[in-house]
Write a protein that binds this ligand. Sequence first.
Ligand code: UDX
Length: 433
Amino acid sequence: MEKRRIILVPFPAQGHVTPFIQLGQALSLKGFSTTVVQGGSNQVSHIPGFQFLTIPETLPLSQLKTLGPVEFLMKLNKTSEASFKDCISQLLLQHDNDIACIIYDELMYFSEAAAKKFKLPSVIFSTVSATSRVCGSVLSKLNAEKFLIDMEDHEVQDKVVDDLHPLTYKDLPTSGMGPLDRYLELCREIFNRGTASGVILNTASCLESSSLSWLQQELGIPVYLLGPLHITASTNSSLLEEDISCIEWLNKQKSRSVIYISLGSKAHMEAKEVMEMAWGLCHSNQPFLWVISESLPEEVSKIVSEKGYIVKWAPQDHVLGHPAVGGFWSHCGWNSTLESIVEGVPMICRPFGDEQKLNAKYIESVWRTGIRLEGEVERGQVKRMVKRLIMDDEGADMRDRSIGFREKLKASVRVEGSSYNALDELVKFLETS
Ligand code: UDX
């Protein structure tokens, strides 16, 4: 008999594709077949045993910059709906009645229409933190008019938002999203859907217990906490080629001496900021490994190459697990955040967009495993931040707290741990759906 098949629909960006492939791998190990349906140009296609399909009519990721995130997502969902239905009808012909479920990224909410049409169960995978999901749900329900007035008031920026303690207005993922009313409309599109049978999250209760209780109460459908998925099912799903030469360079560095810098797949820095970072890092007297796609002016590049090592894309999981790494300067994407905590590496937080400020808030103020670099980047400040993280007792304390979480997270994915049991619950649902 053919194995039951799971259809995965990730959003086509690294931070979303990675946890989806990990989830697919975890479910393959439990005996399911996996089809990944992707759109756009950012596609992964090399995972053994997986079937990969392309949605023919969708919106290329290149339009994200032109349209901005909100309009891009609205248009992507409109454009892809009919084409995705065709994909599913083809799959049903191929695989008879053995499709167990469509698991879709909350940003790919067009998937729901196909699930309804073909009477297939659907589950949402929210690849960000539980707190971010709560934030989206709260924003989708609040009085939009009042919120718009609140957000324009500068004095309100440091106030805690009702229902979202300890998040303040300025931590919300609203900046860089364009007009607020359209952003709230998108939140309603994404978060006010009632037909999915469950929500999967890549997190664990030791990190976000109050957000999780909130979600479990509010959503009224099962919430499967499977994180951190990269421990359960580590697979290389990199969309870019990793430069593994940096591992040889790390092998030559002293234990916990290196600061690793990676600002994720989407962040783009101004030339001035890059220069200040470069000088600050060079003056910090600590070796550094810097993932940077922007090119540095020749004279800076020469000095930087004497003090540190530069790559365009690193094997991040290996880097963070390397004994030479003492700190991680990150944009605080959710995957990077989890990977850092799981390796017990303290962080310098420099969030850019999306929900990264919210993750930074948790890292700095709730888990206390990192410090946030605020305001303009300036070389003296960079030097001081690196010292605090790598040399000072403060950094050692952050590392100890991070290691504490690491042990709890590892326990959660071991036999009878909470994430292990949640995966079994999900499997039971998929087997009987
Ligand atoms: C996006 C959003 O920007 C982020 O806010 C959200 O939380 C997740 O989706 P992204 O910017 O890609 O994420 O960052 P992140 O979630 O940290 O994922 C990046 C992934 O790429 C990580 O798994 C990391 O290990 C990997 N990576 C990054 C590499 O393998 N090599 C690198 O050099 C840099």
